[in-house]
Design a protein around this ligand. Structure first.
Ligand SMILES: [Zn+2]
Length: 95
């Protein structure tokens, strides 16, 4: 059994077919700091940068995994908020 050669990839900067070193760049481009900084190491999926939400929604007191909770998660995703609030489902019975 022989390995199929990897399909050629192109450097995101100089567009040459090459071995990708990191951030979609060939080795010479990757080692140029001013070039590398144009291609930040953001998480990518199929070439699209993922926006990571940072805004926290108010915690809710529904049981975790309940239908109400799922609805809350759905609403948070739709509004671009952080899905999991660590205070969710925790009763603060401030006695
Ligand atoms: Zn290059």
């Amino acid at each position: 059994m022989s390995r199929a050669p990897l399909p050629p990839r192109r450097c995101a900067h100089c567009k040459q077919e090459c071995t990708i070193h990191g951030r979609g760049l060939c080795s010479p481009c990757y080692h140029k700091r001013e070039v590398r900084e144009q291609y930040t190491g953001k998480p990518c999926f199929r070439g699209e940068a993922i926006a990571v939400p940072t805004e926290m929604d108010a915690p809710v007191k529904f049981p975790l995994g309940s239908e109400q909770m799922v609805e809350v998660y759905r609403r948070r995703v739709a509004s671009g908020k952080v899905i999991w609030n660590p205070a969710d489902g925790v009763e603060d019975d401030g006695d």
